[in-house]
Design a protein around this ligand. Structure first.
Ligand code: HEM
Length: 358
C-alpha cells in the first residue's frame, strides 16, 4: 500500500539539538525529550493551591501539577481508580453511546463529530464508571474545567471553571478531598486529549482501507497529528542536555510533535505508515551527522509522555477512542470540509469536524 505523507503542522519545529528560546529551551529530539522526562532534576511547573472546591484548589491537589514529594501518592489515587476500569468494557460502552447519535442524525446526511461525539462520549463513559451521579451533566462541566485547567487561563474562563469544579464535586461519590480531586483530574485530563485523538483519527483515517486495524490507525495518528503537542518542565539546578548547559530554573518546552518525527527513530518520518518503522519497505536506516543510524524496533510515539509522570490513562484513552472511531469508520466517510482548531499552546484539538454518512 502506498501510504500518504502527513506533513508537520506549520508551527512544529524541526528536529535537532535543544534550542534556546525566550530564556528557556525547546527540546525536539526523541532521545532528548525522553532524557528530560525521566530525569528527576527536571520537574513540572507546580500549580499553587486555592480555596477548597475551586479550580485553583483542583490544580493544587491533582498529581499533574504536584511537586515531586506529593506526586507519587496523588498519582496512586488516580491509578487506583483506573485499575478498576476494563478497557474492553470502555470500548464497548463508547461504541454503545456513539451508535444512537448516528442513528438519529443519519437522515441529515452529515454530522459534526467534535461536540456530538468526541467531546462527549469518552467523558460520559468515564464519568459513569468513576461513579459520578449524572454522567451526562458531567460532560459540560468537565469541558469547562479543561478549558481553564492549564495555568495562564483567562479570568473569565477560571470563574466558569470554579463553578464547574463545584458542580463536579457535588455529583462525585463521597471521598477525602485528595481522592475526589484526583478523580475529577482523570476526567479533565481525559477530555481534550481523547477528543483530539478522535478528531485526528477521523480527519486522517476515515478514508483508510477497512483492513487497517483501528489500533494501528490510532497509533500512527497519535504520532503524526498528536492531540498533545508538547509539555513543560523546569530545571531544578544546572544540568547538561545533549551538550547544552541548562541553567537553574530554565523552562523547557518538550515538543512531542517534533520528537514523533525524529528521523533517528522514525525513518521516513512524515509517512503515515501504520505498523511502525520496521516495515520492510521502510529504509533500513538514516544518515545522521555522517553516521548511519540503524532503524531499531518500532518506537512508540511520545504523545502519552514517558517516565514517572507519563499518562496513566493511555489504555483507557485508546479504548474510549476506539469505540467511537470504529462506529464512525463503519458508517461515515470524510466530508472534505475545512477542519478548524482551537488555539492552544500545547493541545491540538479540532473545534469542529464534519463527516458524511455513507
Ligand atoms: C489521547 C488521549 C491522551 C493523551 C494524548 C494523554 C497524554 C498525556 C501526557 C503527555 C501526560 C503527561 C504530561 C507530562 O508529563 O507533562 C498525561 C498525564 C496524565 N494523563 Fe493523559 N492523555 C490522554 C488521555 C488520558 C485519559 C483518558 C486519562 C484518564 C482516564 C488520562 C489521565 C492522565 C493523568 C491523571 C495524568 C497525570 C499523571 C501524573 O500526574 O503523573 N489521560 N497524559
Amino acid at each position: 500500500m502506498n501510504w500518504p505523507t502527513i506533513p508537520p503542522h506549520p508551527d512544529t519545529p524541526p528536529c535537532g539539538p535543544p534550542v534556546p528560546v525566550d530564556g528557556g529551551w525547546v527540546v525536539t529530539r526523541h532521545a532528548d525529550v525522553v532524557a528530560v522526562l525521566t530525569d528527576p532534576r527536571y520537574v513540572v511547573p507546580v500549580a499553587p493551591g486555592g480555596p477548597p472546591g475551586t479550580l485553583a484548589w483542583l490544580r493544587g491537589t491533582v498529581s499533574r501539577f504536584s511537586a515531586p514529594d506529593r506526586h507519587p501518592g496523588r498519582r496512586a489515587l488516580g491509578v487506583a481508580a483506573l485499575r478498576d476500569l476494563d478497557p474492553d468494557e470502555l470500548r464497548a460502552a463508547s461504541a454503545r453511546l456513539t451508535t444512537p447519535t448516528l442513528d438519529r442524525l443519519a437522515t441529515a446526511g452529515r454530522m459534526e463529530v467534535m461536540d456530538r461525539l468526541a467531546r462527549r462520549v469518552p467523558v460520559e463513559v468515564l464519568a459513569a464508571r468513576l461513579g459520578l451521579a449524572d454522567p451526562a451533566a458531567a460532560v459540560p462541566a468537565v469541558t469547562t474545567v479543561a478549558a481553564a485547567y492549564h495555568p495562564g487561563a483567562d479570568p473569565a474562563a477560571v470563574a466558569l471553571a470554579d463553578r464547574a469544579v463545584a458542580a463536579l464535586l457535588a455529583m462525585s461519590p463521597p471521598a477525602p478531598a485528595e481522592a475526589a480531586a484526583n478523580r475529577i483530574g482523570l476526567l479533565v485530563q481525559a477530555a481534550d486529549a481523547t477528543a483530539g485523538l478522535i478528531g485526528a483519527a477521523v480527519r486522517h483515517g476515515l478514508a483508510a482501507p477497512a483492513a487497517l486495524g483501528t489500533a494501528d490507525l490510532l497509533a500512527e495518528v497519535l504520532r503524526l497529528d498528536p492531540p498533545v503537542r508538547a509539555t513543560r518542565r523546569v530545571a531544578t539546578g544546572a544540568t547538561r542536555l545533549a551538550g547544552r548547559e541548562i541553567g537553574p530554573d530554565a523552562a523547557l518546552l518538550l515538543r512531542f510533535d517534533a520528537a514523533n518525527r525524529d528521523p533517528a527513530v522514525h525513518p521516513d518520518p512524515d509517512r503515515f505508515h501504520p505498523g511502525g518503522p520496521d516495515q520492510a519497505d521502510r529504509p533500513a536506516g538514516v544518515v545522521r551527522d555522517g553516521h548511519l543510524a540503524l532503524a531499531r524496533r518500532p518506537v512508540r510515539a511520545l504523545t502519552f509522555g514517558a517516565g514517572p509522570r507519563g499518562c496513566p490513562g493511555e489504555r483507557h484513552a485508546l479504548a474510549l477512542a476506539t469505540g467511537v472511531v470504529e462506529v464512525l469508520r463503519a458508517r461515515c466517510r470524510p466530508a472534505r470540509t475545512p477542519v478548524r482548531y482551537a488555539p492552544h499552546p500545547t493541545l491540538h484539538v479540532p473545534t469542529s469536524l464534519e463527516v458524511m454518512f455513507r
